[in-house]
Ligand binder design. Sequence first.
Ligand code: P6P
Length: 344
Amino acid sequence: MPNAIPEHSLDRDCTTLARHVLQQLQSFGADAQDLSAIMGRIALAGKLIARRLSRAGLVDDALGFTGEMNVQGESVKKMDVYANEVFISVFKQSGLVCRLASEEMEKPYYIPENCPIGRYTLLYDPIDGSSNVDINLNVGSIFAIRQQSGDDLDGEAQDLLQQTGRTQIAAGYILYGPATILVYSLGAGVHSFFLDPSLGEFILAQENIRIPVHGPIYSANEGNFWQWDEAIRDYTRYVHRHEGYTARYSGALVGDIHRILTQGGVFLYPGTAKNPEGKLRLLYETAPLAFLVEQAGGKASDGRQSLLDLIPGRLHQRTPLFIGSPEDVSLVESFIQERERRSS
Ligand code: P6P
């Protein structure tokens, strides 16, 4: 009997995230199973957060501010707290990770049970772009997985402050938009999954995503124009004056990055005179995204060097971010180099 359902669509529907991880690693060994299970937990966190976001307007106490300030000095949204707790809850009893380091927590959360040394650390921004939550615009979660090294006896996670982003084992994001999608890399290409609510599964959509070498989009908060270095103002004037560029900026990093990953261009969050390090955090925002974008053939720098070569001095260290198509990131860097040449 001819196939009632095209073979490929059935096979695709069976390519869940957990299965894809094992395919990627070409192994069914213990480490591969652990990573597959970790990604499955991250997917579960994404489903729980997506469900909360879809009902937020109907659930008491889901929206608005808690009245607290986080370690970043930012007002905390109720959804930030909820999403942070979701990641803790899905990993607490998993036996898969030892520590969770989050934008929302001053210090890492240590899993209470006895955790074998050398296991994994989850670094995450539970809700990135939370200013969009109350107005029903897209937000995201950003995650990275690293191997714990050393014994961390003092509970300060010092090993995280001795490694570059190239030690990340996996990284990615979940974008909560009209559809909920998960984009990740284990270091062998970038792959996307769509959440099928009818199945409750993230199903493979695209493998080996490649970012265009150049694209029309530049994504920056031009409200900061007069706080930027002259080099970034030079770049901005350039794209204003040349055909073929268009500005897109959502106020939520994950959505802006996903647009650039798909259509090409560059996202900029430069430092300013007041905050030379910029706003975005290295360990759980810019390094995971740099890992992912470089895996897709893109580029990510702090304006002078690859973001993946930076070693954080503090858990919540911030970095300037220029990320996207290689030609567009290099163009921004060329304006920085030109200004430095002139001033030397
Ligand atoms: P600004 C959200 O608060 C965030 O961390 C990123 O998601 C976003 O790209 C950036 O900050 C927006 O910052 O200063 O433009 O509001």
